[in-house]
Structure formats: C-alpha cells, structure tokens
Design a protein around this ligand. Structure first.
Ligand code: FES
Length: 238
C-alpha cells in the first residue's frame, strides 16, 4: 500500500486517489459523477446541500467533505441514493418559487438540470409559495431570492475569492434567507459584476444584468448535455 495513493471502491469499481482528496474529487478524477449543488471546485467545501450524499461503508455521508480512505466501500449510483437526492431537489423546488419557463437561467440552471437528471416528476409535497424579496437596486447585478437554494456559493465566493463579505445568511430553518451587508440592499455593497460571487450562483438567484438572453434557450449548457456529462466524458477518454 503506497503512502501517496489510496484505493477504494465506488459501486464496486476500484478507484485510485490522492490521500488528500475528498470522495467527490477522487470520483471526478476517475470519471465518476456524483451529483452536487453547493460544491464548486474553486471554493472550500461547504457541505450545505447534501445532494452529494453517498453511502460510505453503509452510512450516509456527504462526498464533498468526506476524505478518501483505503478500503472504504462507497455507494453512489444506486436507486436509494438517486431517490434521496431527488427528494432533496424536490424540497428545494417546493420551498422556493422556481418558474423555469420564465427564468433567464433556464438551460444553465443546475437545480433544473439535476431535476431532469434525477428523474423528478411532480413533487410529492405541496408548494409553499413563500413570499421572498427581490433586490434590483444594484446597477449591474440582480438578486431574486425566489430562486435561492441557500447553497452558500456566493457567500463563500465573496469571502474566499473576492476578498469581500457581501453575502451571508440570516434567520434559521424555513425562514433562513440570503442577506447582504448593507441596509440599502445590493446597491449599498461593494459588489461588482466582475466579482466571482456575481456569477457563481447555480440557479437564477444572482444574475448579471443585460446578459440574460445572449445565449438563446435551446443552446445552453444543459440543453446540449445532461449535468455531469462532462465528468463522465472524461472517463470515456481515460
Ligand atoms: S455538494 Fe456536497 S453537500 Fe452540497
């Protein structure tokens, strides 16, 4: 057993990984897609959404935060994991107000793409239709909390990549919401359209203004290939 390499299995397939990788990173390097929503390569793992849940030696764990280890047995692409992830996505749809046909992120939205990939049909729970605030005060960036999935990407990107602290969370449970560090709304913050935080949202919650329909519907990322296809294509060429 080498100190520089770790060997474990995902769905019975042997994977070789670096000792400092998470399960999600090792899987991705081997061409195995583990669905995820809050994870972004550029950011420290957040562990917020649990869409990446896998079973490790029979116990549910988040693949983006769980380190690889010799001999662990990981279950990823099973009916049970798919059903669990689908129910997480369903809850996000019923908690928020996601009107895909009228959303400028449609076709590029990771929530929508995951719903398709995981086979979501009509959600099993009633829609909450919560009233959520919009913030159009900023000259270049628009914030629509109806589409927020509380993944924390913008919060982490503003802090870790932009060196600012524009976004945060307030309240808890169903009342938890994305906040900004100015009582005047986004316009009162030092956010710019060039900040990574302005473009890292997986849905249409944070969008840069005047760019919405530059790529026509039908020609966007997930109109062409399902989410995760890029990772799986890597495997085909390994
Ligand atoms: S992607 Fe792992 S918890 Fe969100």
């Amino acid at each position: 057993m080498s100190k520089d390499s770790v060997t474990f299995t995902i769905d019975g397939v042997e994977i070789h990984a670096k000792p400092d990788q998470s399960i999600l990173e090792a899987a991705e390097a081997a061409g195995v897609y583990i669905p995820r929503l809050c994870h972004q390569k550029e950011l420290l793992p957040g562990g917020h959404c649990r869409v990446c849940t896998v079973k490790v030696n029979g116990r549910p764990q988040s693949a983006c935060t769980f380190p690889v280890n010799n001999g662990i047995v990981v279950e990823n692409n099973t009916e049970e994991m798919t059903a669990l992830r689908r129910s997480i996505i369903e809850f996000l749809f019923v908690e928020g107000n996601h009107y895909c046909p009228s959303c400028e992120a449609s076709g590029d939205c990771e929530l929508q793409a995951l719903a398709y990939r995981l086979g979501m049909m009509a959600p099993q729970s009633p829609y909450l239709y919560e009233r959520r605030e919009l913030d159009a005060t900023h000259k270049d960036v628009y914030l629509d909390r109806n589409r927020c999935v509380l993944c924390g990407r913008c919060v982490r990107a503003s802090k870790e990549l932009d060196g600012k602290n524009v976004f945060g969370f307030e309240e808890r449970g169903l009342r938890k919401r994305l906040s900004v560090n100015s009582a005047q709304g986004l316009a009162g913050t030092d956010l710019t359209a060039k900040d990574r935080a302005a473009s890292i949202c997986p849905t249409g919650c944070l969008v840069v203004k005047r760019q919405a329909y530059q790529v026509p519907v039908g020609q966007r990322s997930y109109d062409k290939a399902p989410i995760g296809g890029d990772v799986e294509r890597k495997k085909a060429t390994v």
